[in-house]
Design a protein around this ligand. Sequence first.
Ligand SMILES: C[S@@+](CC[C@H](N)C(=O)[O-])C[C@H]1O[C@@H](n2cnc3c(N)ncnc32)[C@H](O)[C@@H]1O
Length: 354
Amino acid sequence: MPNQTQQGRPAEVSADAQVARIFEWRRGFNAMHLIDLGIGLGLFRSLAEAPDVPAGELAGRLGLHAPYVETWCTTAYGFGLLDADEERRFRLAPFVGEILGNPAHPRYLGGYVRLGTRFATEDFRFAADAFRTGQTAPFQGRSPEFAQVVAQAIAGVNLMVARKILPGLPGVADQLNAGGTLLEVGCGTGNLQLQLAKAFPQARCTGVDIDPTGLAAAREAVRRAGLADRVEIVEGTVGAAAPKAAFDVVLMVEVLHEIAPDVRPGVVRECAAALKPGGWMVIVDETYPSTLAETRQPEFSFPLQTGLEELMWGNVVPTREEQERLLREAGLSGRVDRALIGAGFTLLTTQKPS
Ligand SMILES: C[S@@+](CC[C@H](N)C(=O)[O-])C[C@H]1O[C@@H](n2cnc3c(N)ncnc32)[C@H](O)[C@@H]1O
């Protein structure tokens, strides 16, 4: 037994500590469902708009059953999501409004919570059969609601990519500021396309995806934003949809691990082919632990969970060795810069040889 403290587990393991961890995770399950209810029923939104309200009045505003809302408020207070005064008038605890009450805020986590409560819960229900058969329920062709919840779950990462990460990569930002071309692979509902077009007003962006489910929403969002002259949304594989040697930047955000493992090398090859010589390949994705020791390190906590949660989607989160092999075998033989960003994402950047 290693002596150092490992993630989620004290160095000295007692039976009581193991029991306490299970109770804490069970509490987390209830917390997720309490939040899901709070979002779905409009409780967070209503408290954000008009705080300092007794539970009965909150129930009245939303047409809900008062005793249930009383229990919801009491539990949310106990969980530290609400504050209250001596008269039991409730308000949101600090930052909860932006994290759970405002879908437009960069810190909003409602989509991530609901991806678990709505969709992962269903997948885990079908997991016992899938473990016997190896069957999958892939991302593609699920439902527009699923595509929207996924988009919401990664909206914060998209914002970080468009506003901080790409502007902080000199080679990439220079190209885009000078009217360069960007191909986003796996653009889904087009959220990142809009953010990129705003962050780089001179650049021309193309989004490609094999799944038509999100693309209708993407086209509509581009049209409504008045960006149709600079942003194009295309359905199909990279090879079919993207001309060769046409792009200064090829970007994938939370997509590499979503590409079916059997076609993954081919897709990365097509991405490399779509790049101009000297162009940049930028990948933001999760990196699966390469060893058992890494599974207990904090930086791998998020990808470890994704590996389980998305198992039934047919997704396999690549290790760093696989990421680097994919790039090398696609002919991207230059230096690969690797950085950890946010809570468990990896940024990979490499330049296509001239
Ligand atoms: C996590 S989602 C990203 C969604 C999108 N970026 C958004 O913000 O809505 C991953 C996307 O990768 C797409 N994808 C998977 N394999 C692909 C492939 N071979 N070529 C293009 N897109 C692919 C999926 O269809 C899905 O839309």
